[in-house]
Design a binder for this molecule. Structure first.
Ligand code: AP5
Ligand code: ZN
Length: 216
């Protein structure tokens, strides 16, 4: 199974990826997590990416496409994968298509901007694994600590309200066109066309998971 999770920042892509990847036995490929790992490691790529990410912009298509191509060549991707936060521009989607990388399903998680701004303030993350929590909606077992490792949780640098609004604006301008890109491709059909499903991303986290699994 090869899945793309599409949706605005804070829609719950990372949250739902965990359930879907477990269900299908496929790895989660989050370009955001990969970039944050590079930032933490202090690599030249990480240093370059940090500036862009903290400003709420997008890292260049060439860098992202290179990272993803390398990642999906690894053995654990042989039976499929889930893209979380990729593709994010028409150029990235075209690159996938031109490489002949077939996608089975594109899942759009729909949430309004105002709900997102409210959600982001409560998000906490475990940097080592990318596990995501929420102070109210998905609290850790022990306050401030990751459930599995007990390590401290942090707030992402790009979760300040003004940066969230910038990321939403960038989403509407550069990523939202992919909704039309994939839904029209799915409608036209053809041998390599993916399925396209939209789910309401509001409400309980488990409820959203059920909606996605039912739709798939
Ligand atoms: P990335 O890490 O991909 O960030 P994003 O797309 O902005 O998405 P988020 O991770 O913020 O949100 P999410 O949808 O995963 O939501 P989550 O599950 O955490 O990218 C970061 C940056 O890297 C980009 O800005 C860009 O600079 C760069 N980048 C990455 N990929 C790139 C690419 N392909 N090209 C170029 N640049 C790229 O949930 C959010 C919160 O809500 C959590 O606290 C969660 O617990 C909570 N929550 C989840 N579901 C619910 C629910 N149903 N009800 C209530 N709360 C919920
Ligand atoms: Zn995420």
């Amino acid at each position: 199974m090869r899945i793309i999770l599409l949706g605005p920042p804070g829609a719950g892509k990372g949250t739902q990826a965990a359930t879907l990847c477990q269900h299908y036995g496929i790895p989660q490929i989050s370009t955001g997590d990969m970039l944050r790992a590079a930032v933490k490691a202090g690599t030249p790529l990480g240093q370059e990416a940090k500036k862009v990410m903290d400003a709420g912009g997008l890292v260049s298509d060439d860098i992202i496409i290179g990272l993803v191509k390398e990642r999906i060549a690894e053995p654990d991707c042989a039976n499929g994968f889930l893209f979380d936060g990729f593709p994010r521009t028409i150029a990235q989607a075209d690159a996938l298509r031109n490489e002949g990388i077939r996608i089975d399903a594109v899942v759009e998680i729909a949430v309004d901007d105002e709900d997102i701004v409210a959600r982001m303030a409560g998000r906490r993350c475990h940097p080592g694994s990318g596990r995501v929590y929420h102070l109210e909606h998905a609290p850790p077992k022990e306050p401030g600590k990751d459930d599995i490792t007990g390590e401290p949780l942090v707030q992402r640098d790009d979760d300040r309200e003004d940066t969230v609004r910038k990321r939403l604006a960038v989403y509407h301008e550069q990523t939202r066109p992919l909704v039309e890109y994939y839904s029209s491709w799915a409608r036209e059909g053809g041998e390599d066309a993916p399925r396209y499903v939209t789910v309401d991303g509001r409400g309980d986290i488990d409820e959203v998971s059920r909606r996605i699994l039912n739709a798939l």
